[in-house]
Design a protein around this ligand. Structure first.
Ligand code: TRP
Length: 365
């Protein structure tokens, strides 16, 4: 096993990506891609995993593969530096999952906190699809097939990585050192999860409270200007609350010192702006206009790059196809090691054949 550092991460294609994804992971990925600290980077669109809870809507998954690919490219993921591919096109992942299934108990899956909450959120009750229930196993295959050392994901994925590590340890214990134990890389910004524009904890398409990376300038403005703030801050002169105030949460995530010079030179920094809001005398509209200027500045280059990529859709599929080929070769290499360790590489195992020859040529008594 090499000492090289390999990154792997992915997203389920169930919708266009939004600024929550950007703050929580996409921006980081691009930085990691460009850091030069990693010898390889794999980013994949987890369509097969998306089907585990969307079996009644496969068309949604199919439509969103390209949307996610466009969002990746728009944010600056670069196919020359990162292998971008589609999960379902790598059959080795199914094979590895099948072997991993023997290393995990039902009760261990039932105790996985992410699976537990997701089952509740989806109201599966007693009709949990087996594929959904076992997706931590297939996710462990996603990670280990590419010998990933480093998996940058949100904290909600922590139990998944922990379970993958357990599977690797068990596999290596039974079959000998073969697989790499991955490590999680959590976001380093304080703002781990961006709330929806309505202040609800989660951005979701059905609530209409997300700002997408591909959102038009008008839509961004509309969503920022109608954002949830402090419901008790009725008049400008009233003192206002920062905690739970979505506009300030977004400012924490997006505002940089130079934004004050450009758009709000009366204030030296975010702390001063917050202090004024808390003492009273600062209206929501002024803060929202400032946030809007920042959001426009941040999202405009992403949107423009996306538009450029949208002009040649066949080229995006071609890029994905090439990514799948590279990814498949990497996974096939790992699977060859796995089969050798498990001693199920019968036709390449000269020792096994010699052993059997000997066994069958021993004269019977
Ligand atoms: N479960 C992840 C999510 O919902 C997506 C994913 C699938 C993933 N396989 C992965 C992330 C492997 C990291 C590594 O966001």
């Amino acid at each position: 096993m090499g000492k090289e550092k390999i990154i792997l991460t992915g997203d389920r294609p169930t919708g266009r990506l939004h600024i929550g994804h950007y703050v929580g992971s996409l921006k980081r990925r691009v930085d990691l891609q460009n850091s030069g600290d990693f010898s390889k980077m794999f980013v994949f669109i987890a369509d097969a995993q998306a089907l585990t809870d969307n079996i009644d809507n496969p068309e949604k998954v199919r439509q969103n593969v390209i949307e996610v690919a466009l969002d990746y490219l728009a944010c600056g993921l670069d196919p020359a530096k990162a292998t971008i591919f589609i999960q379902s096109q790598i059959p080795e992942l199914c094979e590895l999952s099948f072997y991993f299934m023997d290393l995990v108990t039902v009760s261990r899956l039932q105790r996985n906190p992410t699976v537990k909450t997701e089952i509740q959120m989806r109201n599966f009750e007693t009709s949990i699809p087996v594929g959904f229930f076992t997706y931590p196993i297939s996710q462990a295959a996603d990670i280990t097939a590419f010998r990933a050392t480093t998996v940058p994901v949100g904290e909600d994925q922590e139990p998944m990585i922990e379970q993958a590590r357990e599977i690797v340890r068990r596999f290596n214990y039974i079959y000998g050192e073969t697989l790499v134990e991955p490590e999680i890389l959590l976001p380093d910004n304080a703002c781990l999860r961006l709330p929806g524009t309505d202040g609800k904890a989660k951005m979701s398409k059905s609530l209409g409270n997300c700002i997408y990376l591909s959102e038009s300038a008008d839509e961004i403005q509309k969503k920022v200007m109608s954002m949830f703030t402090d419901p008790d801050h009725l008049r400008v002169q009233d003192p206002g609350k920062i905690e739970g105030n979505t506009v300030f949460t977004y400012l924490d995530a997006f505002c940089r010192p130079e934004h004050f010079e450009r758009y709000l030179p009366d204030y030296p920094n975010l702390n001063e702006l917050k202090a004024h809001y808390q003492r009273g005398g600062l209206g929501d509209v002024k803060v929202k206009r400032f946030l809007n200027a920042i959001m426009q500045e941040t999202l405009e280059p992403i949107r423009n790059r996306r538009k450029e990529f949208e002009k040649d859709i066949p080229a995006i599929y071609e890029m994905l196809k090439q990514g799948c080929e590279v990814a498949r070769a990497a996974a096939a290499d790992t699977l060859a090691d796995v089969r050798r360790s498990m001693k199920i590489n019968y036709f390449d195992d000269a020792d096994l054949i010699a052993e059997q020859v000997k066994k069958f040529s021993t004269p019977e008594k």
